[in-house]
Structure formats: C-alpha cells, structure tokens
Design a protein around this ligand. Structure first.
Ligand code: HSE
Length: 439
C-alpha cells in the first residue's frame, strides 16, 4: 500500500523528535501499520534549523500554506502551538481534506468543538481525523485509554498531575523546604520552566488538558471557559510541610468528576494521601488516574513532555491514520463518543463542588480560640477530620492552627471561613486547600 504522506508545521523540539522516531523505528512501524509513513514536507520560519534536522529527506519551506496546498500530503502535523495562526492553519488543512495531528491542547480546549465539527464535515461528509494524543500528558497514551481502552466503563472521575513544570516546582519545594519564588527561578535557570511560565504556574495548561479529558470521559462538549483554574503561585512552603505531617502531599491536580448535579472540572493545588501512588509522582513526571465502574481505579504514569516522549504520541496518531483505509468514518470517534451522542451537561461552579479541606490559620495563643473556630465550623455542619496545633514558639503569643475537614460544599465552607476570619483571635486570612482521597 502507498505510504502515508505527511507535512509537518513547526520543527522545534517535538517536531525533531517526530522525525527522529519515525526514521529510527521505520521498519517496526511499517510492520505495525502495513504501510510506510513519510514526512515529505516541513514548514518552519527557520528553514536552516529545519534542513539541519531533515537533510534532503523532505522538502523544507517557510510557508505552512504551501504544505496545506500540496495535494500529495495526506496528513498535516501542527506543532506551532497557541490559538492564533495555528487555528487558521488547522482549519485550512481540514478544509483541504487533510487529516490533522496536533499537540496543541490550548487550541483544542478552547476551539475544539469548532475544529471537530469542521473535521466531521470535511471531504464532502466523509470526514477527516483530528488526533491529539500528544496534547495531554505527552508520552502517556491517556487519550487512547479514554477513547478505546476504557470504553466498557461509565467513568466516574479523572484526576491527573498533567503539568510537569508545576510538579517539578512542588517536588523541589517539598524536598528542600524552599518557597515558590526561589524554586521557580531555579526551574527557569535549569530550563524546566519557560521564560514566561504563566500558563504552567497559573494552572492554565493543566486546565486545557483536564478540559479535553473531561469531554472524552463524559461525552460532553469541550468547555475550557467553565473550568475552575487555580495555580500554585500562592502556595506556602509551610502548607507543604503541615500537609506532610498529616500524611498528605500537595499536587496540582486536574480533576473532572461526574456528580449527580453535573460535571466538576477544576484545577487547583490538592492534598492527596501520601500512600497513594500518584502522590509519589515527583519531578517533571505526569500521571493520570481514571476511575471506571467496571475497571475500578487505574493509573497511567510517564513523561509528560520532551522531544521523544511527545513524538511517541504524535507518531502513534500517524499510525492510527495510516491503518485506516481512507475514511474517517472507519476510525474510533476522536472525542471517544459518537459526535451525535455528545450531550450537554452542566459544569458546576466551584461553589457547588463537594470536597474536603485543609485549613491553616494564624491564631492568638489564648483561651477559647479553638472552641470558637470549631464552633463556627460545627454550626455550618462542617465536620473535622484532624487537627494540629503546635505550642507557640518562645516569645510568640501566636501559632498556626491546622484543620482537616470531611466533605462539604465549597460555598458553605467559604461562608464559615468568612465568619472565622472576623474573629479577633484569628490573624489574617485562612489558607484553604482542597483535599482528595482518590480512593
Ligand atoms: N508545559 C507543559 C508541562 C508541557 O510543564 O508539563 C507541555 O504541555
């Protein structure tokens, strides 16, 4: 069978990885696919860099539209990133009848519904594929898992460490007792964090990925705008230490849960029991847990970024396309559910989310403080699970009071904390971090 002809838009770290992996493993890949996969054209503004990677094996151009216009190209790989030109090029490639493989989670989390609808209508209704294994958790095949491996299940929740930069920072903060700002500077110097790390540290990158997993887990539209997003910038080194004393680690989790009122979709720092395997995922590694009614709890672990791990996912998507004999209708539905069966479901505002909490407050070391604080929580129906209060340091008449609660509705918690903060013996704001047992 004729080889699958591929055009690559953007040959940076991941693009070079795709080229290297395809070249090195060509023979094995052909045995799996039944046909060759050839990168015939590469578009990059830096044509010298592109030529240095591909040599004479592919035509190098500086105009992405020349790739899309080439009738011989079957698949366009988009590795440009962002919502701007990448969106235009992906839609143009679809309109030209090309299948698309992309690692662009931001694009799909925000404009996915439009892009998937265009793909379904392309080629006079035959459709084209838009595959994106590399967009979530890099080399971990979590998209294929949700799309294919777990299709027997009614999925209850998905929770993952899906941003390596923040997991590296949290691991360093815990290991070395350093604060966020110091570790961020080190991470940038070591090249782990981008010069502008906003999307990573503010939780936006993780929310893009959680949004895609949520759509695939529950058969709902892609709704990044409804996600609750909280990063790690305000996390104190002392909270990591206290959590440890209580048997928990703090991780930035992307969580999506099916509950009776709708779907929870949220990214925030989360206490996880240290005894869970996922709590021990350290450094820049990623891990995702999926809970299905038949399979129970499953865990997927691996590298969430990097040249060859991400290329592993991109090439797997190419193999899927190469295995089809032309019609997108022969393929597994890209969002795991048949497009006509995608159903709207309310994404719950964070105030309606039910979870348990870690609370830290600075209190005056005086009679009755504990009774007043626990009294307010009890009045709100919030049950306490554990509590630490160390004696005040010599010469200080204040100390930290740390409370773990059982589950309650977030709006109820916020109302109670508002009352707690008005107590004269409670000094400053109460730190509130959500906790998940992931059992
Ligand atoms: N910036 C991401 C991370 C990798 O730190 O995990 C690409 O999604």
């Amino acid at each position: 069978m004729k080889a699958l002809k591929v055009g690559l838009l953007g040959i940076g770290t991941v693009g070079s990885g795709v080229f290297t992996v395809l070249t090195r493993n060509q023979e094995e890949i052909v045995r799996r696919t039944g046909r060759g996969i050839e990168i015939n054209m590469v578009a990059d503004l830096d044509t010298a860099r592109a030529s240095a990677v591909v040599g004479t094996s592919a035509q190098v151009v500086n105009d992405a539209r020349a790739v899309i216009a080439n009738p011989d190209i079957d698949v366009v790989i988009e590795l440009i990133g962002g919502y701007g030109i990448a969106k235009a090029l992906v839609l143009e490639a679809i309109a030209a009848g090309k299948h698309v493989v992309t690692a662009n989670k931001a694009l799909l989390a925000v404009h996915g519904d439009e892009i998937f609808a265009a793909a379904a209508k392309a080629r006079n209704g035959q459709g084209v594929m838009v595959l994106f294994e590399a967009a979530v958790a890099g080399g971990i095949p979590i998209i294929k898992t949700l799309r294919e491996g777990l299709t027997a299940n009614r999925i209850q929740w998905v929770a993952g460490i899906i941003n390596g930069t923040t997991n590296f920072i949290l691991s360093e903060m815990r290991d070395k007792g350093l604060d966020f700002a110091t570790v961020l500077k080190q991470a940038q110097a070591l090249g782990y964090a981008e010069a502008d790390p906003t999307f990573d540290i503010e939780g936006v990158d993780a929310a893009h990925k959680a949004t895609l997993m949520s759509a695939m887990a529950f058969g709902i539209p892609v709704q990044f705008d409804k996600a609750y997003v909280e990063g790690i910038t305000k996390l104190g080194a002392e909270d990591i230490k206290y959590a440890e004393q209580l048997g928990y680690r703090i991780k930035l989790l992307g969580i999506s849960k099916r509950v009776s009122a709708g779907i929870e979709l949220r990214v925030h720092p989360t206490l996880i029991p240290t005894k869970r395997l996922i709590a021990n995922v350290e450094g820049a590694m990623n891990a995702v847990m999926v809970q299905g009614d038949a399979v129970g709890t499953t865990l997927y672990y691996g590298k969430g970024a990097g040249s060859e791990p991400t290329a592993s996912a991109v090439v797997a998507d190419l193999v899927d396309i190469a295995r089809m004999s032309g019609h997108a209708s022969q393929a597994t539905p890209v969002l795991a559910f048949q497009p006509a069966s995608v159903q709207a479901a309310p994404i719950l505002p964070i105030g309606q989310v039910v979870t348990s909490y870690y609370l830290r407050m600075r209190v005056s070391d005086e009679a009755g403080v504990l009774a007043k604080v626990t009294g307010i929580l009890a009045e709100a129906g919030i049950s306490i699970d554990a509590l630490i209060q160390h004696e005040a340091k010599d010469g200080e008449n204040q100390t930290d009071l740390i409370i773990l609660t059982h589950d309650c509705v977030e709006a109820t918690m916020d109302k109670a904390l508002h009352k707690v903060e008005t107590l004269s013996s409670v000094l400053g704001r109460v730190v509130k971090i959500r906790k998940e047992e992931l059992a």
